[in-house]
Design a protein around this ligand. Structure first.
Ligand code: GCO
Length: 441
């Protein structure tokens, strides 16, 4: 077939997040986060798993940096744990927490790997949750203060910042289904939280610009292309509204400065969200960004009743249907509808039932074919003119998969948790070849 070569300088990467890999939950003055509380609450995570130790990356980051180098990564996306920087979410920064990220950043620079730092990947300081969490408008201001602190301390070392990771997941999993922290089941609160997360995003963008930061900044959104399950007119209408809640509620506000009318009408004027929008908020939320980070895992098929149905085979994560073309649809759509902003794919990946074989190797053929299929689609999008700069596999390492605990393995690198030994899976060896060749192999 044709050579699927990527543009020169394409940023091949892998992604992680702090609570999922760091462990060291009490080290160096780290405060408690909502995920510590949640995972330590009986019944919340599979097998009672917590992030207390995780992949022990806080202590093993040098070894992990060497693994990244071995893979040939050009970009590494990680997150900064707010409770390491401000144990209670406010006030003077904790120098030891900042020092950890400074050491990590130095290690990346020594290895010529570009850092991409996420400011918030769900580990809200528990003290802020106790004061209302993202239901409280003040949390958005606390987030901007924290962001400004991090920009001051680490800005010379970070070329690209991401603000809030997947605000939608906090809304849907944290406040609708409740299977993520803080474990709430309150639709009216959920959409107020959506507004405040986006307000926090916009205030953080302003903090970077206001502080004279030179780095680029943007949001990290998990986008779900929504398709009608049949040809009926009702199904088309239901799919359109579903798309509003999944995609436009975040894209239109951040990139166009307005919330989608259909979603606002559906929420109604008495909803806490609609009542919580103040004059000027949408100007803040739509402060100009430098890039859009897209995370793609699955499409959604919608029925006339506005329910989801399964149409394609699912992965070990039962919410994930395997449909690579959805990535093409979402990339071309955002490139078309949102001013051709530079795009990064900051997460894409698959859980597989990995186990070392008799010779100690881990043969994750399913992950290789998943990534090959999605990269083929990404390549097609680039050929169609989509300004795509980077691709980050979720994830570098096996890690704490939130409510699923450690059983689901998403890494290119296998982690044997009892010994904390790392093993490059077959997909890691394959990805190294892709990066070296700058094309799909
Ligand atoms: C995210 C993701 C990751 C997950 C991955 C697999 O939102 O950034 O939830 O943290 O581990 O998506 O589910």
């Amino acid at each position: 077939g044709p050579e699927l070569r990527f543009p020169d300088g394409f940023q091949w990467g892998a992604a992680t997040s702090a609570y999922q890999i760091e462990g060291a939950a009490k080290d160096d003055g780290r405060g408690q986060s909502v995920w510590d509380t949640f995972s330590h609450t009986p019944g919340r995570t599979r097998g009672g798993d917590t992030g207390d130790v995780a992949a022990d990356h806080y202590h093993r980051y040098r070894e992990d940096l060497d693994l990244m180098k071995e893979l040939g990564l050009r970009s590494y996306r990680f997150s900064i744990a707010w409770p390491r920087i401000q144990a209670d979410g406010t006030g003077q920064p904790n120098q030891r927490g900042l020092d950890f990220y400074r050491r990590l950043l130095d290690g990346l620079h020594e290895r010529d790997i570009a850092p991409m730092a996420t400011l918030f990947h769900w580990d809200l300081p528990q003290a802020l949750q106790d004061a209302g969490g993202w239901e409280s408008r003040d949390t958005a201001h606390r987030f901007a203060d924290y962001a400004a602190t991090v920009f001051d301390a680490l800005g010379d070392r970070v070329p690209t910042w991401l603000t809030v990771n997947e605000p939608k997941t906090v809304v849907q999993n944290g406040y609708l289904s409740g299977h993520h922290a803080p474990g709430r089941n309150d639709p009216d609160a959920a959409y107020l939280v959506a507004h405040h997360l986006q307000l926090g995003h916009g205030l953080a963008v302003q903090a970077l610009r206001g502080g004279g930061g030179t780095g680029r900044i943007g949001p990290a959104l998990n986008l779900h292309p929504c398709y009608p399950a049949d040809d009926a007119a009702d199904t088309a209408a239901a799919t359109r509204l579903y798309d509003g809640y999944e995609n436009r509620l975040y894209l239109d506000s951040i990139l166009k400065g307005s919330y989608p009318e259909d979603v606002l009408a559906d929420l109604g004027p008495d909803s806490r969200m609609v009542r919580g929008i103040r004059d000027g908020d949408l100007e803040i939320i739509s402060s100009p960004v430098d890039l859009l980070a897209v995370q793609y895992y699955t499409p959604i098929y919608v029925t006339a009743d506005g329910d989801q149905v399964r149409r394609w085979p699912t992965s070990e994560a039962e919410w994930q249907q395997l449909y690579p073309d959805g990535l093409f649809d979402i990339l071309t759509r955002v490139a078309r509808d949102y001013d051709r902003l530079p795009l990064s794919i900051t997460e894409n990946g698959l859980p597989t039932p990995d186990r070392p074989g008799a010779d100690g190797s881990v043969d994750d053929a399913g992950r290789i074919s998943f990534l090959r299929d999605h990269l083929t689609v990404a390549h097609r999008a680039v050929a169609a003119g989509v300004p795509l700069e980077s691709f980050h596999v979720w994830s570098l390492l096996d890690n704490f998969e939130w409510a699923e605990g450690y059983r689901q393995r998403w890494g290119l690198v296998y982690v044997d948790y009892p010994s904390q030994r790392r093993i490059l899976k077959r997909s890691a060896h394959w990805y190294r070849e892709v990066i070296a060749a700058n094309r799909i192999v």
